[in-house]
Design a protein around this ligand. Sequence first.
Ligand code: HEM
Length: 441
Amino acid sequence: MSGSMDAGDGAAEDSVPQQPRQPPEAVATGTSRRGLLRGALLGGVGGLVVGGAGGAVAGRTLISEDSTDAVNLGTKYPFYGQRYQVGIATEPQRHCLFATFRLAPGATTRDLQVLLARWSAAIAVLQDGRSVGSVEPTSPLQPPRDTGEAHDLSPASLTVTLGLGPSVFGERFGLARFKPALFSDLPPLNGDFLDPKFTGGDLSLQACADDPQVSYHAFRNLARIGRGVVVPYWTVLGFGRASAGEGQATPRMLLGFKDGTRNIKTDDQMAQFVWIDKSDQPWLDGGSYQVVRKIRMLLETWDADRIGDQQEIFGRDKAEGAPLTGTKEFDHPDFAARDAEGELIINPLAHIALSAPENNGGVMIKRRSYNYTDGLAADGQLDAGLLFISYQNDPQHFIRLQNRLGANDLLNEYIRHIGSGIFVVPPAPEEGHYIGEALFA
Ligand code: HEM
């Protein structure tokens, strides 16, 4: 089967999206937060207060222009011919909808193949900022093909990253011969408090965008296209990225510390630690293993902790994010440095001491996490934490780190790993093809 299948329920109209969400020029100009702020500055009174005679918003005070963290909603990422799927090396967007799916009990190998082809076609269209079919069909009797909530929105840097779980390579679909030797379900790990409601899954979609409505729209329409073949299993709505790409300021996760300072950022590191290359399954070259952990934070307990203890737990200071042996965020931590009393300055059980490559045989993983909240727990406590997502070319790299952290990390008092999944992300397809096509050759 070729990759030219349509994105929708099978109707021809879906292969060519009917209603572009944006006029082409909007993609070029976009709407950047920085641009908005600059406009506000020009229109404001004395450069500080926006509003007054011509101002649209009265009484809003602009402290400073945010030049390090601009969002351009007009940005879009191509889908085809990229070698690597987007959403891994891509600079993290602000929002993420992570979803897993289960294949329906009656789904066949052919159903899986058609689903991957339809999803690929739809993702290409969604990342281009368009609808996956008519929002307003001409016949009043026909349901809309696209759900419509992103109809007037910009592409917002949407990336949809598709992963396949270990179960896809079981006997059921006759695909066992395509399973890489390194790939299987995660074993029980130190620190597991896993809830079956948030664990496992046959397929994964990571839909990230700078507009949460755009990422939700992508998930919703892909789920709709898959209806009958897959059933959504567990989802996490992530906000406020908790990792930085090259050139992005390091953001903070919900415990208030900067997260992503010593993350993988260069192409060389990506080649060494993230992209699968020359594995026992050549069809996976250019892919990566995706590990997802839903990690609840015990925020009320954390918020009562002393700042000195909080900083010891991470081995970094809170405001600057510097290692306790330095003064600036990007100073290299010195895990052997001792204070005047001869004590190690960075506690060997601190989070960074246990996870740093220096102390793990040089191994690194690419972290691409988000904050999440599920509102309030039944006991009234804040139900929130980290949607931890990492990419690596060997699942053992994550397993080794987590077993070490789960057994010893000072942070464990304040976190619970409640959800978990592992998926392999195949390389991106060429135009006219689809993700995972090699499986059905
Ligand atoms: C809620 C859970 C977690 C929180 C709040 C958290 C937070 C942090 C923070 C604040 C840093 C220091 C800044 C940085 O270099 O990025 C860090 C570093 C790091 N974390 Fe985590 N983390 C969590 C879970 C994990 C897990 C599950 C793993 C892997 C199994 C992990 C692996 C790492 C690594 C490899 C580093 C870099 C250490 C270095 O090279 O200095 N983290 N994390």
